[in-house]
Design a protein around this ligand. Structure first.
Ligand SMILES: [Zn+2]
Length: 133
């Protein structure tokens, strides 16, 4: 459960599987610019979900980034709810991770089937050769 970590956050306990705040802060820009690797993205999302100070940090950068983009778009009429936009973006990232992982899993399964099929084929060929001899 993530909550146990949340309560001991003030103690700055550094478990190996939990990203620390400094690393997370360094990734904020990477997240916004979509430059994080899948693993980094996942760890980053896990961290900001349990760490409100890093989430605030991300939110600030995200709002600035989105506001700048809106200026570029010259779409003065659209006042957007940036906080909701960020939540949507995080959900999208989560879905992206799930999809990628599933894709990787499928490739692994497919590869296994291929190897098994190949092995079976080799066995079949060898059997045939034995029969011929
Ligand atoms: Zn943090």
């Amino acid at each position: 459960m993530k909550f146990s970590w949340l309560t001991e956050k003030t103690g700055q306990s550094e478990r190996r599987d939990v990203m620390n705040c400094r690393t997370a802060e360094g990734m904020v820009n990477g997240y916004i610019n979509h430059e994080l690797s899948l693993k980094e993205l996942e760890e980053f999302l896990d961290h900001i979900q349990t760490c409100s100070s890093c989430y605030d940090e991300l939110e600030t950068y995200f709002i600035v980034h989105e506001a700048m983009q809106q200026l570029d778009d010259n779409d003065s009429g659209s006042v957007m709810d940036f906080k909701r936009l960020l939540e949507q973006d995080i959900r999208k990232s989560r879905r992206y991770i799930r999809k990628k992982k599933l894709g990787r899993f499928s490739v692994g399964v497919l590869l296994c089937i291929l190897i098994v099929a190949l092995a079976a084929f080799m066995v079949y060929v060898v059997m045939q050769m034995i029969r011929i001899i």
